[in-house]
Write a protein that binds this ligand. Structure first.
Ligand SMILES: *Cc1c(COP(=O)(O)O)cnc(C)c1O
Length: 385
């Protein structure tokens, strides 16, 4: 049974290029943690973990214990898994049992981790996340000395694996004053560790933008999401890179992902007729249209109604009418050689044309990350060279 009306292809060689590019910037001594939360930013966590391991990645970061479980299923068993976000109390023992590391983002979590570690009979590897200015998650400075004492006292059960924070908004120049404050505050936490002679095994604060553009944020590990998938974190980071390297353009980061389907049906529409639901599109001349077998329930944004396009025979075919729940129509009057069953590219390259996620998202105000991470997990993903 065919279970889905579209498919995603993931290009192994692009991932390899992206990882090499990032490693060249940060150096080989830094641990590369591949951030695969949100189904690997929509790429498909299972396939992506395998691809990354093939490129030598040995560390994965996720947002939750259930995502950690997916990585655990995909990995060859030799990689480290780190949970940056939610773990429900009932899953703490499971994490410790499987050597999964996790962020401790407030003091109360420490005694709970201790209890679970004792129960399992294994050390819990904790990363203390500290509050440096994002007011998201992270331990406050006033709780921190107490936490260090707690770690020291219970070092038979708790291993102080990391000290970390997250630089919210590092991709934007207008946030630099805030990022600078965060960097400074992080250093104050490190100083407290030193003074109390309770130091973390590793230190980490850099996401993609910081790793690419701020060398002073690169400590022992980087947590790389968006850039490994081939996206510059922002135009600013891209232009800064060009400027610092005296380049006019750069194609080092390559998109991994393409999204495809096939033409379901082709029909003729007489002049004056409407296409699809309601009166959103009226044919101004005799038209040939192709029916595409997916819609907003399959992750294709409804906001692209009457404004997006797909690629057929290497040519742009504009969307006509509304995106339906499971269908939409495109104009192929100018592509007379198109046939039922022909490949349709929704995102990616076909012959000399390309549809980027950004050309997609610019017209809909969706973030690249938002669009990607919403792609249904049920779409089959295959790895290509
Ligand atoms: C998502 C996330 C990252 C990765 O961010 P990118 O900008 O995609 O590289 C890093 N650290 C934390 C804590 C995150 O939640």
């Amino acid at each position: 049974m065919v279970k889905h009306s579209s498919r995603i292809e993931l290009k192994q060689s692009s991932l390899k290029a992206n990882i090499n590019f990032i490693k060249k910037i940060v150096g080989n001594d830094v641990i590369f943690s591949s951030v695969v939360k949100a189904n690997a930013y929509g790429h498909g966590i299972h396939q992506f973990v395998k691809m990354a391991e093939k490129c030598g990645v040995r560390h994965f970061s996720v947002a939750s214990s259930f995502e950690a479980e997916e990585v655990l299923e995909a990995t060859d068993g030799k990689s480290t898994i780190m949970i940056m976000g939610i773990i429900y109390e009932e899953d703490l023992s499971w994490a410790i049992e499987h050597d999964i590391e996790f962020f401790v983002y407030n003091f109360e979590r420490l005694p709970r981790a201790l209890e679970a570690a004792k129960k399992v009979g294994k050390k819990a590897k904790v990363h203390i996340e500290v509050e440096t200015g994002s007011n998201r998650t992270g331990m406050h400075k006033n709780e921190f000395p107490k936490a260090l004492s707690f770690l020291k006292k219970n070092e038979d059960h708790l291993f102080f694996q990391g000290l970390c924070t997250h630089l919210g908004g590092a991709e934007s120049q207008s946030n630099q004053f805030k990022i600078d404050k965060q960097k400074k505050r992080y250093k104050e936490f490190l100083k407290i560790c030193k003074d109390k002679k309770t130091e973390p095994n590793i230190r980490h604060i850099a996401c993609s933008a910081a790793a690419l553009a701020m060398p002073d944020t690169v400590y022992d590990l980087i947590r790389v999401g968006v850039a490994q998938y081939g996206f510059w974190p922002s135009p600013e980071i891209y232009y800064q890179y060009l400027n610092e390297n005296g380049k006019k353009s750069d194609a080092s980061l390559k998109r991994i992902f393409s999204w495809k389907t096939d033409i379901m049906d082709i029909r003729e529409v007489p002049e004056g007729d409407f296409i699809g639901y309601g009166t959103a599109f009226q044919a101004s001349h005799k038209m040939n249209i192709a029916v595409i077998p997916l819609g907003y329930s399959n992750g294709y944004p409804r906001a692209l109604s009457n404004r997006g396009y797909v690629l057929i025979s290497g040519k742009k075919a504009p969307i006509v009418g509304l995106i339906n729940m499971n269908l939409f129509m495109v104009d192929i009057t100018h592509i007379p050689d198109a046939n039922v069953g022909d490949e349709v590219v929704l995102i990616g390259r076909q012959k000399n044309n390309v549809i980027n996620v950004s050309s997609f998202t610019n017209s809909t105000q969706l973030l690249n990350n938002e669009m990607l991470s919403r792609l249904p997990a049920a779409i089959p993903r295959t790895i290509v060279k």
